[in-house]
Design a binder for this molecule. Structure first.
Ligand code: TYD
Length: 146
């Protein structure tokens, strides 16, 4: 997909755009850099990535976090990120490795429409803690509407 220079306009709460430093060196590759306090607004305690999204109808996420801060990137291919802060909803197609979306607390997020070559990278501010997850949408709505 042709890269666009325009940053997505984020309308939901507790989100935003993170743009990585990039050092293009084509045809010998592109280098992307995520440095704490420069590109990434929190100290990183965990990194995870998702690959082999061979099922184009796969749906991931479908949860929010109570406190966790994360930034999500599509480092290869593309996918659609659905964001819902309990009041507003937004749908973004991620396809540029340098453009990450902040997933702050109380932001219901779902990922779908993965291209065959999609690789998702997530930088997280805390280690894994299942207690921080809100996996029930009705519970999420109650929490954000309080
Ligand atoms: P989950 O966060 O629900 O995946 P996704 O949002 O991509 O659909 O996690 C799936 C499983 O992996 C779940 O059983 C918890 C486990 N997991 C860890 O053990 N550590 C982690 O850092 C993450 C992100 C998930």
């Amino acid at each position: 997909m042709k890269p666009s220079r325009k940053l997505p306009a984020i309308r939901v709460a507790n989100s935003g755009v993170v743009r990585l430093k990039s050092v293009p060196d084509l045809p010998d590759g592109n280098l992307f850099i995520a440095e704490v306090k420069r590109e990434v607004p929190f100290p990183i305690k965990r990194v995870y990535f998702i690959n082999s999204l061979a099922n184009p109808r796969a749906v991931r996420g479908r949860h929010a976090h109570r406190k966790l801060e994360q930034v999500i990137f599509c480092v290869s291919g593309s996918f659609v990120l659905h964001l819902d802060d309990g009041r507003k909803k937004q749908r973004l197609r991620l396809h540029e490795p340098a453009i990450g979306i902040r997933l702050g607390p109380r932001l219901w997020h779902t990922m779908s429409d993965f291209s065959y070559d999609c690789v998702i990278l997530v930088l997280a501010a805390e280690r894994y803690d299942e207690k921080d997850y809100i996996r029930d949408y009705a519970e999420f709505r109650r929490l954000v509407r309080r």
